[in-house]
Design a protein around this ligand. Structure first.
Ligand code: ADP
Ligand code: MG
Length: 575
């Protein structure tokens, strides 16, 4: 490795990885120790990095992904080889799908043995397996390449459309030594890792021309818009143009949900009626019915909407992914919106009053209907009466971060719990994945230093529930509210054969609060909105790890929440 005389100072793979990360402003690692990364994590901690250690790699990976989204720097997750790597892989794939920047770093076994399939300890060709699930995947074999390897991983994670990157570090690499000075020189401080991408002026003009004549314009803000951290420019654009907007779930709070131009409460109306739709960091995927069918006012399921689209996105291949896009604007959202703001100038005519008036009318009607529902106090609690408590708390503490997963718990929370600040809502994202709860909550608490309220269905919570120990161990200001309705969707399913319980049903009256108590946190059972509010107040004020077991009517949920139509049985009925 080195031709230097033994009297010179040396460094090694462990140290070079730590130095390379620190040189690039990365100060936190989410991980689960084991061979071959245990010593690495010890040394990283001793070297001044924050190392947050989990009970399962999937949650460490989810934490890294959420940290990436919340900070704009790649979130880092370290795992052991084969099984640990595979456990982290779901989080990596989810990060890539969500466009969250993260780097999954896994230790791996001896290349020589793995490639000959000679049966090494935790043998697996990890790089090959990670490749299709990651935005990019790299392996470093020599200590002198660590600097370049980490630089490539960082650039791949945050430049252009962000995503998950896999970095394979074989066990042998950590122990390689090299001359200290040469090692320092080999490190790379990445310059401008997420460079601005300025949109073409003619593309901007095309978009403005299309918006200008629109009778029923609509802006849809996605989590890409929230990620872009161009909050002021986006708000300026919305307010200057007067165009109604819809936030996708993680874009809630980019503008406060009580903004006069928010069309959330008239969602079905605006989607079906809009004639020019500008997507900003949002994809026309299943969450937007692919731009087709009745949702979009088309006559049948496969027929595309008649609306014309403008799509502002950093990825040039996103346009036309589902339906034709008349005016793609390719660039980073900050630069695109700034260019649009400049191009619309001052004499902009706001959208016709018939359009904004019709939206306002529907909004008022739907909001008063919702207020009626929220005012009800049924016993046991409904999803709505319990979520009303969360809604009030977030209004009072808009700086708190809400993590949200489940089926009904997710659907209802999305519409009931208003958000007031950008990047305060983390949820199941593009896949609708369960199990992000505790990982996301830990990342939010660690990177933002704000109270976290994790609103989880009882089923969703189960996927990451053991991480309450992690929350207690690091004494994080996380309040988990488990919406306990005794099962998946609901707790009332019956096995017609009368043998074991139905597959969607859990143990009745489970005492989830004891889980948090087991590790020294606070656990409370709440059967009424009053009890829930008291426990939540106390949790947020004290910042102590808390789990509230919120007892919800076990017959209240709907199958698959609002995506019942995706169940094959329901789809069959429709035919
Ligand atoms: P949502 O689910 O909220 O609709 P998506 O995750 O589907 O949002 O879409 C996010 C979009 O934002 C992706 O197409 C991605 O390419 C884009 N994006 C992410 N970051 C930026 C950025 N800084 N500038 C422009 N587009 C971005
Ligand atoms: Mg449930």
């Amino acid at each position: 490795m080195t031709t230097d005389t033994p009297t010179r100072e040396t460094t090694d793979g462990f140290q070079l990885v730590i130095d390379a990360l620190k040189l690039n402003g990365i100060d936190t690692i989410f991980a689960l120790p084991g061979i071959p990364i245990t010593d690495f994590l010890r040394l990283a901690q001793a070297g001044g990095m924050k190392v947050i250690s989990f009970r399962h790699e999937q949650h460490a990976g989810n934490a890294a992904a959420a940290a990436g989204y919340l900070t704009g720097k790649p979130g880092i997750c370290f795992t052991v080889s084969a099984p640990g790597f595979l456990n982290g892989l779901t989080a990596l794939a989810n990060a890539t799908t969500n466009c969250f920047p993260m780097i999954l770093v896994s230790g791996s076994s001896e290349r020589e043995i793995v490639d000959l399939q000679q049966g090494d300890y935790e043998e697996m060709d990890q790089l090959a397996i990670a490749k299709p699930l990651a935005k990019a995947a790299f392996r470093v074999l020599h200590a002198e390449d660590i600097g370049i390897g980490i630089a490539r991983a960082i650039r791949a994670a945050v430049s252009g459309r962000p995503g998950g990157v896999y970095l394979d570090l074989p066990a042998k690499l950590f122990a390689q030594s090299m001359d200290k000075e040469a090692g320092e020189r080999s490190l790379v401080q990445v310059v401008d890792p997420a460079p601005r991408q300025i949109p073409a002026p003619d593309a901007v003009q095309r978009a403005v021309d299309l918006l200008k004549g629109a009778k029923k314009p609509l802006v849809i803000l996605g989590k890409g818009a929230a990620y872009a951290r161009s909050d002021a420019a986006i708000r300026e654009f919305i307010e200057k143009t007067g165009i109604p907007y819809l936030p996708m779930s993680m874009a809630k709070g980019l503008l406060p949900d009580n903004h006069a131009q928010s069309a959330s409460a008239a969602r079905s109306y605006v989607l079906a009626e809009a004639n020019v739709v500008m997507l900003v960091g949002a994809r026309l995927n299943w969450l937007l019915s692919h731009g087709k069918g009745k949702t979009w006012g088309a006559a049948s399921a496969k027929e595309p909407t008649k609306a014309q689209f403008i799509q502002v996105d950093i990825s040039p291949t996103e346009a036309d992914s589902n339906v034709a896009v008349a005016a793609p604007v390719v660039g980073d959202i900050g630069s695109c919106i700034a260019a649009l703001n400049a191009a619309i100038g001052s004499g902009w005519a706001k959208p016709p009053a018939e359009w904004t008036g019709a939206i306002a009318e529907r909004k008022d009607k739907n909001l008063s209907k919702m207020a009626e529902t929220l005012a009800k106090d049924p016993s046991p609690m409904s999803f709505q009466s319990a979520l009303n408590v969360i809604r009030n708390k977030v209004a009072e503490r808009p700086d708190a971060i809400v993590v949200n997963e489940g089926a009904n718990t997710l659907d209802f929370a999305r519409s009931i719990v208003d958000m007031y600040e950008p990047r305060k809502r983390l949820d199941v994202g593009t896949w609708g994945i369960m199990g992000i709860g505790m990982g996301f909550a830990v990342a939010a608490a660690v990177t933002q230093g704000k109270p976290v309220i994790a609103v989880c269905g009882d089923s969703a919570f189960g996927f990451s529930g053991m991480e309450v120990e992690t929350i207690c161990r690091y004494d994080l200001p996380v309040c988990v509210v488990v919406f306990n309705n005794n099962g998946i969707y609901k707790g009332t399913d019956v096995n017609p054969r009368g043998t074991e319980v139905a597959p969607t049903v859990f143990v009745k009256d489970a005492k989830y609060e004891l889980l948090m108590q087991a590790f020294g946190g606070v656990g409370v059972r709440a059967a009424t909105p009053r009890e829930l509010a008291a426990a939540l107040d106390e949790a947020v004020a004290s910042g102590r790890p808390t789990l509230i077991n919120a007892i919800i009517d076990e017959s209240a949920g709907t199958e698959s929440g609002r995506i019942t139509s995706l169940n094959p049985a329901a789809a069959k009925k429709k035919v």
